[in-house]
Structure formats: structure tokens, C-alpha cells
Write a protein that binds this ligand. Sequence first.
Ligand code: HPA
Length: 278
Amino acid sequence: MNIDSVEVFRKKRREALDYIQDKTDLRPNFMLILGTGLGQLADEMDVETEIPYDEIPHFPVSTVESHHGKLLFGTLGGKEVVAMQGRFHYYEGYTMQQIVFPVRVLKANGADTLIVSNACGGMNPNFERGDIMLINDHINMFGDNPLIGPNDDELGPRFPDMSEPYTKRLLDIAETVALESNIKMHKGVYLALSGPMLETKAEYRFLRLIGADVVGMSTIPEVLSAVHMGMEVLGISVITDECFPDALEPVDIEHVLEAAGMAEPKMTRVIVGVLRKL
Ligand code: HPA
């Protein structure tokens, strides 16, 4: 494991921030992370500036084919936003520190709210492929997290509280938007582990038993760093496959992307609706 000192990490953040602030005058309060198969939300955005990740000093570069790998600055739902089109996954080999680097940098650029989306497997028997779920809590089973290592007290506390990682006020607004738009939306617990393999039947049975409604391979690192820095967080999962151990079907990435595509318009409506109400 390779963890930067506080000073080295500060310098890297500064250099990335300087580069970004050279390219755009926007300092959006809202940061969006678009998950697997959910990049189309960007089409709804009025994009002013695009910055490919590989241009930004110290930014990791996205390796997953279904991810585009750029920052989009613009407006959505009447608000200034910055969207990450493509995120970094632990299974790609990035360190936790690399995965959350964009959140650290964009917070320094003015973001105080993180809206994060992901694709996941549904384990709650009430959930169907193509449904969406508001994340109201999580279980971290990465066996790692981005807060390990020297703590930069300028960013946040050594021992951050996790009694409400997903902001109640934002959950309430999102539920109101879904109700008003006639969108069926669940609420539940997101559990993440490293991947890249999907889970065995025995693992799904276990994960359900310990309290998770859905399972995925992302989101929690970014949320932990956001909460560490005092940001408000809204998380939305798209259920791309049904993970019921007694009726488990094989799943491939095309199947996941197809379901993400089915759910995307609902997720987009909820996110745009929340932004309008904020
Ligand atoms: N498990 C983990 N991650 C996932 C799944 C799953 O079943 N489906 C989509 N992402």
C-alpha cells in the first residue's frame, strides 16, 4: 500500500485544482458521480467545459470500457454542477486514495454536496431488475477505506462520525420528487465489496442476512471521503440484476448495462428534480 504524506497529498490536490481552475471559472456546489451505464445524465446537462481525466495532474485514468473518463462542468436542473463521467474502481487496482482524489479536489473547488449513482445487484426480494433505490445507509466490506493513513486535519476529523452518511434532508427531497413523478423508488442499505467477480449464491445469502438490500463494487469510498470533509450526500442505486440465491441466473456486463439503460431515465428525473428543489 502506498499512502502519501499529508504534505505530498496537499501538493497533488493543489496542482490538480490549479489545472482545473485554469480551465473553468465554475465553482459548482454540486458534484455528481455517474456510475456504470449511467453516463447519459450528462446529455441532460448544459455542458460548459469538459476536462478529460488524463489531462489533470495526478488524476487516475478510467480503465473500464463503459466509462468515459472526464469531468463535465455546466448546469443541470438550474444548478451549476460538476459531473464525473466515469469513476475509479478498487478492482481496477487503484488505491482508495486515488479513488477519492477527485472528490477531494472538487470539494476544494467549492462542491459541498455529492450526488452519487451506481449499478448494483438487488438482494431484497421486493426489488426488480431496472428498479432504483435511494441509499439510506451502507456496509463497507472492501476491507479497506480512504481514511486510512495520516489524517489531514484541514480536510476533516481523524474519527469521522458515520451516524448519518446519507443526508436525511436530501433523502426526503428525493422521495418527494419520486412520488410527484410517479416513479417507484426503494430505500435501503448498499453493501460494497471489491469485486470484480460477482458473488456466489452462498455470499448473496450471507450479505442479505447481515442487512444489505443491494450489493455493488463502488460508491462507499467516495461517500466516506465526502462525509469526512463535511459534504452532504445523496446516493442512488440502479438494480441491474436480481441476486436471489435460490434462483440465481448468470450475469454478464451487457445484461448489467441493459438494465442500467432501462433505469436511467428514472434516475435522471429524480436527480434533476432534486437539483431543482435545492
Ligand atoms: N454484485 C456486485 N456488483 C454488482 C452486481 C452484483 O450482483 N450487479 C451489478 N453490480
